[in-house]
Design a protein around this ligand. Structure first.
Ligand SMILES: NC(=O)c1ccc[n+]([C@@H]2O[C@H](COP(=O)([O-])OP(=O)(O)OC[C@H]3O[C@@H](n4cnc5c(N)ncnc54)[C@H](OP(=O)(O)O)[C@@H]3O)[C@@H](O)[C@H]2O)c1
Length: 343
């Protein structure tokens, strides 16, 4: 590609915003042209505004960039990646879409809106057809595309290959990392030596988002998948990586070996997206895997690791919540948008 696509990051100073910088630094298709955050940060150099907390170094290319307010008139970009708190995202993402920006959002604000695509490229890339419906409905020059909640995205790529066996119901218990709550999300005194069996709004998201993701797009709307999902969500003292115990009931009652084969054969064949993991699902044969500390960086943090597939069907899935579950998911969506000519 001769010219790079200009990318802005909204909420660039936060936990997910930093992951966006990491994912877009040296990206073959995108270049970071704007970093936006709250009034607290606006006007400062990025290095001063953000407290960089990732293992990787803060890239030199963004250190001296001036942070701008989250305002379409102040942001220079073709696509904006949103890592904003959901309440604020509701108004501001629409402002950007009205002004002609493509918005790739992590926030939950628009995920369940009927005319907004909620997409995992390996699962439901055809749902991007909703962009035309959205622009017709709302009269926007730009558009919003969303990616799912960080727990949903670990589970749904494993449910997709089970659809062939007549998936009827799913029960899931999550063990979610503390980075999922953002840097200021949960006090260390509350989570160290502890498990917190409640994450506000999480169970509702894990029970509803998969139905849209696994649903059928009929050209005008999504017909939700007919699956019962029951979720219990827990916060555990892990830095990064959500682990999920999943029980899946299927009408054809496959054996663990058939399920394992289905996971291994799951190849959505997108082919040439820079952030796409290969394979999407890695099946671990060791009895004590997957584990977040050992497996979260599989596929540069974009792979889903699965193990403990047993009669029932019961298994464990694990994925990196701020990479696969947040910034990497939006970047992969934007790569697909570029591939299909929407960006
Ligand atoms: N963490 C995860 O694993 C994860 C996964 C999936 C989705 N998400 C979603 O991603 C979004 C960001 O999460 P996070 O964990 O990165 O949060 P975070 O660490 O608290 O960062 C929030 C960012 O938004 C900016 N911001 C906050 N209020 C603002 C306002 N009123 N106006 C303009 N900018 C504002 C902050 O700027 P300042 O630094 O200037 O305050 C900061 O850059 C949320 O919607 C979250 O639900 C998070």
């Amino acid at each position: 590609m001769s010219e790079l696509i200009k990318a802005g990051i909204l909420g660039a100073t936060g936990a997910v915003g930093q992951r966006f910088i990491e994912a877009l630094e040296n990206h073959p298709w995108f270049e970071i042209t704007s970093l936006a955050a709250s009034e607290r940060s606006a006007g400062k150099k990025y290095e001063k505004a953000a407290n960089w907390r990732l293992e990787s170094r803060l890239p030199d290319s963004v250190k001296d960039m001036e942070v701008v307010p989250v305002d379409p008139k102040k942001v220079e970009a073709d696509v904006v990646f949103s890592a904003l708190p959901s309440g604020f995202a509701m108004t501001v993402e629409a402002d950007f879409a009205k002004e002609g920006f493509a918005v790739a959002s992590n926030a939950s604000a628009y995920r369940m809106e009927k005319d907004v695509p909620l997409v995992i490229p390996e699962v439901n890339s055809d749902h991007l057809g909703l962009i035309d419906v959205q622009q017709d409905n709302r009269g926007w020059d730009g558009y919003i595309v969303t990616n799912p909640n960080c727990s949903t995205i670990v589970m749904v790529p494993t449910l997709k290959p089970l659809m062939q066996f007549g998936l009827e119901s799913v029960t899931v218990a999550t063990m979610q990392a503390i980075s999922g709550a953002g840097y200021n999300g949960i006090a260390s005194m509350a989570i160290l030596d502890n498990v917190v069996p409640y994450i506000g709004g999480e169970e509702e998201k894990v029970e509803t988002e998969p139905l849209k993701l696994l649903g059928e797009f009929d050209g005008t709307e999504i017909i939700d998948a007919d699956i019962d999902i029951s979720a219990s969500c827990n916060r555990v003292p892990v830095m990064d990586g959500h682990t999920e115990n999943i029980w899946a009931k299927m009408s054809q009652d496959p054996t663990p070996e058939q399920v394992k084969e289905a996971f291994l054969n799951f190849n959505p064949g997108l082919g040439d997206l820079p952030t796409e993991p290969d394979p999407v699902i890695t099946v671990r044969n060791e009895p004590d895997r997957p584990q977040p500390r050992l497996d979260r960086n599989m596929g540069k943090g974009m792979g889903i690791s699965v193990g403990r597939i047993r009669e029932g069907i019961r298994y464990t899935a694990m994925g990196h919540n701020t990479v696969r579950g947040a910034a990497g998911a939006s970047v992969l969506n934007a790569e697909l948008l570029h591939k299909i000519g929407k960006l």
